[in-house]
Design a protein around this ligand. Sequence first.
Ligand SMILES: C[S@@+](CC[C@H](N)C(=O)[O-])C[C@H]1O[C@@H](n2cnc3c(N)ncnc32)[C@H](O)[C@@H]1O
Length: 220
Amino acid sequence: MAYFRWRRAIELAALDRPWVGELLLRRRFEKPKFTPPEGWNAEYERGEYDRLVRTEQRHHHRLLAGLITDGRQATKVLEIGCGEGVFLESLKSHQGVTYLGVDISSVAIERARVRFAKEIAAGTVRFDVGDGSAYPAQKNFDAIVFPECIEYLDDIVEVMDHYACFLNTGGQIGLSQWMGARPLRLWRRLKAWGKVTNQAVVSADWGGAWLVATLAPRRD
Ligand SMILES: C[S@@+](CC[C@H](N)C(=O)[O-])C[C@H]1O[C@@H](n2cnc3c(N)ncnc32)[C@H](O)[C@@H]1O
């Protein structure tokens, strides 16, 4: 706990001072480059993401779900990097949600399909295996979200340009992300790409902290 709290102090400082992140977070917390689907499958099979289901790991999901549904009677959501569908656990308590979740890991998607079998049967939820860097969404959405996922995708501006085409008028991009050096670098590029409509930091008692944000493409 002490370690995570110490890390959180640095992450918060790095949010407005990029040099702090580059100096103190870069080497130690730099995350992987591209991992192939088999790599993600193996991690899911080893149970490395079981912790994501725990309630103290999901405050950022709850906030993001609230932000994208706020003021809407019905919300069509595309989630990229949905894993086992844990974000949908938070989203489904909001009314009028229809949802498509995409992940590169077939193991994670199979688990999501079991977890949400009832909603899939009702026709409100669907899961698909696919590469989230350029998923051919086909339909339009009110929100396209990337919870803890942006750092695993291709060039973030190209990815956002791709998905902006699948947003309804007034639609939003949503993300949540831990605040390592690489995600913060991506966040700065995203702020230049879109208009930030919400930005907050969610922090858990054990020391975890996530940046949660929504953006509108500048074309709106
Ligand atoms: C840290 S997990 C987060 C899972 C989930 N979004 C959450 O917040 O609980 C990152 C997820 O991104 C997925 N992922 C990584 N690269 C991807 C890609 N290119 N396309 C789609 N999903 C990807 C992984 O399989 C994994 O499920």
